[in-house]
Design a protein around this ligand. Structure first.
Ligand code: MSP
Length: 534
């Protein structure tokens, strides 16, 4: 997408990792991408100009071997896998702006220019690399990290391979002091704190230069001036974040790429690739004389029976199947609400169904439905004409609603998606309780129209606010709720949602007015029947 930047707005650029294409995407890849999409949607609602980058990492030994085993040329193999990522993002309702492929021709130009800069800084030299290599991680491992039988601690079913070869090295050790100083001066650079501590302790142990080329590997960019060597896949992959910043019609130069969106505001990654993003990447950037990104957030692993789900381990969950069975909002909601972002979380289908039924079908769905039906019955289907200001501040829903927007904003900014969802859900639950306690049907019978309208207004407004604040996570359901409340707003339409429903007005309690023409009550989330036990 060609995004012309509106210079009056703040920019916010964020990335997902660029996924290896050794196989079709699995739920782990979907997890980061969903989170990134939620952040992007939230930032757009704040009125910022957003660039969400995702893409694929296609070079290196892992991909070359997989293609070979299938009897395919690597490029042909990659071209066959990439569409499965594109279509999964569509299925999950991901609104990305750029899809960066490391095999894109203009990426080669960016890599070459960057390499020259680092070379000119005197940070690349030829040396001998000896060590244990995990092809699935595309990373050398320390001997002490290995499991019994020389197995990788992450890909526990894969043996590491011994390498003793001539490689080019990047002088990481030179940046020890500068990096340490950087982490001190930018305490929010690595999040959450546990990951930051991991990185600090790794760096404090003393940084060693790392190899950035391979021999006996064809699938990658040749090292400038020495084509016997291929660039290490990670050196090339990180730079694809930069390539992604180029406007589609721009010449592929670093200057053009860095003109508008650099430095990137947020790199969202999983904890296994923290070192690359929080140590190697900033050092490479300092070497090339470039400003550093604002923030790297390392989330946890999705596990199945306590083990990381993954392509290499073969214990993954098919995200396509999950979305086809339950819908994109359900999948998005479950992973963000149920797992604290930053911690590991186990997937369990029974829990999945229970959470969706409890939160979306019962609490939120029923609330909207019962309230709209009561408004139809007791108020001729119109939003009660009561002014928001007439609802007393002690009203329990108003009391929550008045501070909810700010609270949820802070949670999204901190990437505490579960807290954002939980805070909204508290309002929803309080609304259901409020209806039960106030019993609008009795107020109606007693002819207490004023009191009745006040109750119904407070509840309708709470549903609206809840829908709005959850819209980055469940955009389809929120749009349906908004439609039924008489707002012609579709949260999947970026322009419409940013201009017609900006955060500064829609996140405030009291927006609903009697001008809204309420729609027909319709279920927004169908209860899921638990699968029969065999
Ligand atoms: N190609 C590199 C990234 C290069 S970025 C310049 C890579 N790719 S990957 O496909 O193996 O992993 C991509 C992301 O998916 C990583 O952030 C990884 O943590 C995440 N996940 C892979 N399996 C996962 C789970 N089971 N759970 C959560 N995320 C996991 O690494």
């Amino acid at each position: 997408m060609n995004l012309r930047v509106d210079k009056t707005k703040k920019t916010f650029a964020l990335t997902t990792p660029l996924y290896y294409v050794n196989d079709i995407p699995h739920i782990g890849s979907a997890y980061t991408t969903i989170a990134a999409d939620v952040v992007a949607r939230f930032q757009r609602q704040l009125g910022n100009q957003v660039l969400l980058i995702t893409g694929t990492d296609e070079h290196g030994q892992k991909i070359q071997r997989t293609a070979e085993n299938l009897g395919k040329a690597p490029q042909e193999f990659c071209d066959q896998i990439v569409p499965s990522f594109v279509s999964l993002w569509e299925l999950l309702n991901i609104q990305y702006d750029r899809f960066s492929r490391t095999t894109a021709p203009r990426h080669a130009a960016i890599v070459q220019e960057f390499f020259q800069r680092v070379w000119a800084a005197g940070d690349i030299y030829l040396g001998q690399q000896k060590g244990w290599y995990c092809v699935s991680c595309e990373e050398f491992k320390e001997e002490r990290e290995l499991l019994e039988g020389n197995r990788c601690p992450i890909h526990t079913n894969k043996e590491v391979e011994w390498r003793d070869e001539e490689n080019y090295f990047f002088r990481l050790s030179k940046y020890q002091a500068q990096l340490t100083e950087f982490y001190q001066s930018q305490p929010d650079f690595i999040q959450p704190t546990s990951r930051r501590n991991e990185v600090l302790s790794f760096v404090n142990q003393g940084l060693q230069d790392f190899s950035i080329s391979r021999v006996n590997l064809d699938w990658g960019f040749p090292v400038p001036d020495n084509p016997k060597h291929t660039l290490y896949v990670w050196f090339d992959a990180l730079l694809a974040y930069v390539t992604a910043l180029l406007e589609p019609d721009a010449q592929p130069t670093l200057e053009n790429a860095l003109a508008t969106w650099w430095p990137i505001n947020l790199h969202l990654i999983g904890k296994d690739i923290l070192r690359f993003h929080a140590v190697y990447w900033p050092a490479m950037l300092i070497s090339a004389g470039l400003p550093l990104p604002d923030r790297v957030f390392g989330h946890g692993f999705l596990t199945k029976n306590g083990q990381k789900m993954g392509k290499s381990l073969g214990n993954t969950l098919d995200p396509v199947d999950l979305v086809q069975r339950y819908g994109s909002d359900a999948v998005r909601y479950y992973f963000l609400k149920e797992i604290e972002f930053g911690k590991d979380g186990d997937f369990n289908e029974v829990r999945f169904i229970n959470v969706l039924n409890a939160d979306l079908a019962n609490d939120l769905g029923n609330l909207l439905n019962r309230t709209l039906n009561m408004v139809k019955k007791y108020c001729a289907g119109n939003v009660p004409t009561i002014a928001n200001t007439a609802v007393i501040a002690e009203n329990p829903l108003k009391a929550i609603g008045l501070r909810l927007g700010e609270q949820v904003k802070q949670a999204y900014e901190a990437l505490a998606f579960n807290q954002a969802c939980e805070a909204v859900l508290l309002l929803v639950q309080a609304s259901n309780k409020f209806i039960d306690e106030q019993a609008p049907w009795s107020l109606y019978k007693q002819g207490q129209q004023q009191a009745l309208e006040e109750v119904l207004y407070a509840v309708l407004e709470s549903v609206r606010l809840a829908a709005y604040l959850l819209s980055p996570v469940i955009p389809n359901i929120s749009s349906d709720i908004y439609q039924q409340l008489g707002f012609g707003i579709n949260f999947n339409d970026q322009t419409e949602s940013a201009t017609a429903a900006p955060f500064q007005t829609h996140a405030l309690w009291g927006l609903l007015s009697s001008k809204q023409q309420l729609g027909t009550p319709q279920p927004i989330f169908k209860r899921i029947e638990p699968p029969k036990n065999d």
